[in-house]
Design a protein around this ligand. Structure first.
Ligand SMILES: *Cc1c(COP(=O)(O)O)cnc(C)c1O
Length: 387
């Protein structure tokens, strides 16, 4: 009997080691890992450059409080600032913490302007922003909030794609719209560029803030460093997490000057956030990701993968309903429940993970090779043929 609290339907498989795109079990079985800790290990398993960077930092200093200046944190913040819309960055330890901080920053901005009642956040129904009390109520999902009353107030909702409801839901009390640029857990739903442009315009018109949750789709996953770059817009607040530490837990919130003006010493904090060890991992990830051609390659491989999956969809329309995604954030929408399909893929040594709406998520490391993608395609085709 496991002593772990029963909150996951865990598969009875564990791994001894990982290297790049592959995981190995104790009895030597080899799996192509297209979960990668759910879009976390952007450089694959046991990347030697990342390992070395962390080892080097291990021998210097792991953790000091944010009451001191942390040079590794200053460095990572500066690099994120240089490559994004952001003027300032705050470091956390996870995605939920980062999105929750994003909510705090939005509310605090209007508070600092004397608009004390402008504090509601408008979100997409059944989106995903994490598992803290505030963020589950931000998602507005019945499944995630059930049993966790009293409700954390301050969130309103509209359905994905319902532009009319979106406009109608903005009131004098709305402080911000918060959406995932590409919905991850919600089924790899891409917000089209023209909608993102429209969202930005709408927020400007209503003088409210635009929060884009890029915890899953950010940090190279979409084929651009940030997924909003495709739409050529500038958000006000962006929480990131999953990919930035390459497997080390890091969350961060990117904000512009305007939003930053609402915060001052004592208004927010974190014990662990941004410690030297975590920052050495973040900096190492960016060393590799900012190399010339890296993101180009993610786009190229992503396009190839999606194109080939669409061919499979054409050959197996009774099994595959749709292929969605951008870069290496890809969802295979099935005609029926995806559990069997995922188990069959696993029997054939390909690891994938579900998302809502019968979606099989394919999340290779951003360092995946074309050969490995072809191997995955072969396995997916084999399982389709068997069905
Ligand atoms: C995973 C995720 C979160 C939560 O991140 P945790 O690190 O699990 O707290 C928040 N938002 C989005 C879009 C996510 O995909």
């Amino acid at each position: 009997m496991s002593a772990i609290l029963n909150t996951y339907n865990r598969k009875k498989i564990s791994f001894k080691k990982g290297k790049g795109s592959f995981l190995y079990t104790n009895n030597g079985k080899k799996y192509l890992d297209f979960v990668q800790g759910i879009a976390v290990n952007c450089l694959g398993h046991s990347n030697s450059y990342l390992n070395k960077a962390i080892e080097k930092q291990l021998k210097r200093v792991w953790h000091v409080s944010n009451v001191f200046t942390i040079p590794e944190q200053e460095k990572l913040a500066k690099r994120l600032k240089q490559k994004t819309f952001a003027d300032y960055i705050f470091f956390q330890n996870s995605g939920a913490e980062a999105t929750e901080a994003a909510i705090k920053f939005a509310r605090r901005y209007f508070y600092s302007k004397g608009q004390f009642k402008k504090n509601r956040i408008l979100c997409i129904k059944n989106s995903f922003h994490g598992r803290t009390l505030a963020t589950i109520f931000a998602s507005g999902s019945k499944k995630m909030t059930e049993g966790f009353s009293p409700k954390v107030d301050g969130f309103d909702h509209f359905e994905f794609g319902d532009h009319k409801k979106l406009e109608k839901s903005i009131t004098k009390r709305t402080a911000a719209i918060m959406v995932e640029t590409i919905m991850g857990e919600g089924g790899i739903k891409v917000i089209p560029d023209f909608c993102l442009v429209g969202l930005r315009k709408l927020c400007n018109k209503k003088k409210i803030l635009l929060i884009l949750d890029e915890v899953q789709c950010g940090v190279g996953r979409s084929g651009k460093f940030m997924a909003y770059e495709y739409a050529k817009i500038k958000p006000d607040i962006v929480p990131i997490a999953k990919g930035i530490g390459g497997g080390f837990p890091i969350g961060a919130v990117l904000v512009n000057k305007k939003v930053a003006s609402g915060m001052k010493p004592g208004t927010h904090g974190s014990t662990f956030g941004g410690n030297p060890l975590a920052m050495s991992a973040g900096n190492a990830v960016l060393d590799i990701m900012f190399k010339k051609g890296f993101l180009n390659n993610v786009r190229k491989n992503g396009n190839f993968f999606i194109k080939e999956l669409k061919l499979l969809q054409r050959n197996f329309p009774k099994i595959i309903k749709e292929v969605r995604g951008k870069g290496l954030l890809i969802g295979l929408v099935l005609q029926t429940n995806q559990t069997d399909f995922i188990n069959e893929l696993m029997k054939n040594n390909l690891l994938t993970v579900r998302a809502t709406e019968d979606v099989v998520r394919l999340l290779p490391p951003l360092t995946v090779t074309k050969k490995e993608i072809k191997l995955a395609l072969k396995i997916i085709e084999k399982v389709c043929k068997k069905k």
